[in-house]
Design a protein around this ligand. Structure first.
Ligand code: ADP
Ligand code: MG
Length: 275
């Protein structure tokens, strides 16, 4: 099972859109995929057609010890499940503050033989913060994907994000690595997008060999800005259900192929920043 944290403490960069549509693309390619919604806004759940009401099992119940991944998941399409979230999850940040092992709660429930038997991929859609929910995700998973919107301020905040992965790797999870950067909301042909991409490549190429991001690659598939991707959530559908042949579906399909290509290489993706 490959477990992936989709994180960036900035909002609006494409975390949820990428978590949902990459998951849906992988499911179409015969992988069994579970999306875990870690954002109290519940956008990934809603995007997948699940609005979590009071009696709906959610990830909050998993944090509270009242549910497991198996008993909280819901099937939303062939090969595709979600463990939903709603605003209840906002309370978890506070409630967990004094809990012993508060960073390892997801790790304990996710990395079990039972869960490993159920899924080929687990994708965690993080909230726009570096708080205890995101730390739980980093402690429970092996890979980090970072969605980035290539504009002038894109790289701002990235060092804080990278520092957080380094901290988690040294203190909580030796296996953690940043494996992929996804360029989202990409404006093809703009100078700025190309410049930001170059700056990022330079940064990654110059990283220390023991940094968690030392083998991170920028996916060669760029997710273009496409209105269908923005419309699909309000129908509770992935882009593959909503508009299966639009550019957004093509891009997430191509991204999934890149992700699958790395399966044979384990989590160590080839360095392909030259793409
Ligand atoms: P995050 O989860 O990082 O806050 P979202 O995935 O919710 O970001 O994206 C922010 C907004 O941009 C949403 O309204 C989403 O529908 C839209 N969006 C994301 N990616 C694209 C894209 N490639 N083209 C057009 N709209 C997009
Ligand atoms: Mg989101």
């Amino acid at each position: 099972m490959r477990s992936i944290t989709v994180m960036n403490q900035k909002g609006g960069v494409g975390k949820t859109t990428s978590s949902v549509n990459l998951a849906a693309a992988l499911a179409k390619m015969d992988r069994r995929v579970c999306v875990i919604d870690l954002d109290p806004q519940g956008h990934a759940s809603i995007h997948l057609g699940i609005e979590a009401f009071d009696e709906t099992p959610t990830i909050y119940d998993v944090f509270a010890g009242a549910r497991t991944i198996t008993t909280a998941r819901q099937m939303v399409a062939s090969n595709l499940w979600v463990v939903p979230a709603n605003i209840d999850l906002a309370a978890a940040e506070v409630e967990l503050a004094d809990a012993p092992n508060r960073e390892r709660i997801l790790d304990a429930v996710l990395n079990t033989p039972e869960v490993a038997d159920q899924f080929d991929y687990v994708i965690m859609d993080c909230p726009p913060s570096l708080g205890v929910l995101t730390i739980n995700s980093l402690t429970a998973t092996k890979e980090v994907f970072i969605p980035l919107q290539p504009h002038f301020f894109a790289l701002q905040g990235l060092s804080k994000l990278f520092e957080t992965t380094a901290l988690v790797r040294s203190r909580l999870n030796r296996d953690l690595r940043v494996t992929g950067v996804m360029l989202c909301l990409y404006e093809t042909g703009t100078r700025l997008a190309a410049d930001v991409t170059d700056d990022l490549k330079t940064f990654l190429d110059g990283s220390a060999p023991d940094a968690p991001w030392a083998s991170a690659r920028i996916f060669s598939t760029k997710i273009r800005r496409n209105i269908k991707l923005a419309e699909a959530p309000s129908f509770g559908q992935s882009v593959f259900e909503y508009a299966p042949s639009c550019p957004g579906a093509q891009d997430y399909g191509a991204l999934a192929e890149e992700v699958i290509a790395a399966e044979t290489a384990g989590t160590s993706m080839p360095l392909a920043n030259a793409a």
